[in-house]
Design a protein around this ligand. Structure first.
Ligand code: AMP
Length: 246
């Protein structure tokens, strides 16, 4: 595990590519109550391994986050996974007893205080970078995708507030033109139908430009999600801001 901060985002929208596709996956720190959610995380990892795609994710070892990282490392080795986690979250999201739907953060010790849990091996969850805060994490994750080969992008599996916040933030970065990779929800059993309906309603009622519907794709399977990212073209309707200049 290493500690690190983010270097500035490249000022151009077309940074140097490093040859390997990278997908940043946003997903729940909880496993969900339906087995298909964890299975979707495993399936996505299998498709990424089959296509030699690297994973960038939030660095947790719990819930869907831990499942996709563990599965991809088991198939493609630790170098295929890079987790980026804010230091304050280490004690929660690398704790096997934690779920965001409400359990303890760390095991209570005999004297009532909490105990530090060991950081799992890189051999199980891949490389982990600890950063000071959430903003640094998000920026680093986006930078890594931007530096990836064509077809790199962002996929959201089911999740809660954290997943939704990260997903919608990256959509707004596309809308502003400060990042240009594709974004797709993996709509496991219609999990994201409500979000897609809201986007359509926002277009119908004049809050989102019609062309910007294309910023967020929806896929029924991991294979389709990976294909949609590869086919993504920035819609003309987005703004053309340059990262770091505004
Ligand atoms: P959740 O979907 O709520 O289980 O969260 C999934 C991930 O989103 C976790 O790693 C959270 O740390 C992360 N996350 C990103 N932004 C936020 C935020 N503003 N508040 C809470 N969690 C966040």
């Amino acid at each position: 595990m290493e500690s690190g901060g983010a270097s500035p985002m490249p000022r151009t929208a077309t940074p140097l590519k490093n040859g390997k596709r990278k997908i940043c996956v946003y997903c729940g720190s909880s496993p969900g109550t339906k087995p298909e959610h964890m299975e979707a995380a495993r399936q996505l990892a299998r498709v990424m391994a089959a296509n030699d795609i690297g994973l960038v994710y939030g660095g947790g070892t719990v819930g869907l986050m831990g499942e996709i990282a563990r599965t991809l490392v088991s198939l493609a080795g630790p170098a295929a996974v890079h987790g980026i986690i804010p230091e304050p979250l280490v004690k929660y999201e690398r704790d096997p007893t934690y779920t965001s739907s409400g359990t303890s953060s760390a095991a209570p010790s005999a004297n009532g205080t909490t105990t530090e849990l060991a950081i799992p091996e890189e051999a199980v969850f891949g490389k982990t970078t600890i950063v000071p805060d959430m903003h640094t994490r998000k920026k680093m994750m986006a930078q890594e995708v931007q530096a990836g080969a064509p077809g790199s992008g962002f996929i959201a599996l089911p999740g809660g507030f954290g997943t939704m916040e990260e997903l919608l933030e990256i959509c707004t970065w596309n809308q502003l033109g400060i990042q240009r990779s594709g974004i797709c929800v993996l709509n496991v059993n219609g999990f994201y139908d409500g979000l897609m309906n809201w986007i359509q309603k926002s277009i119908d009622e004049g809050f989102i430009r019609p062309g910007n519907m294309e910023i967020l794709a929806s896929a029924a399977t991991p294979e389709e999600a990976v294909k949609l990212l590869a086919a993504y073209k920035t819609p003309d309707s987005v703004l053309k801001l340059k990262w770091g200049n505004e």
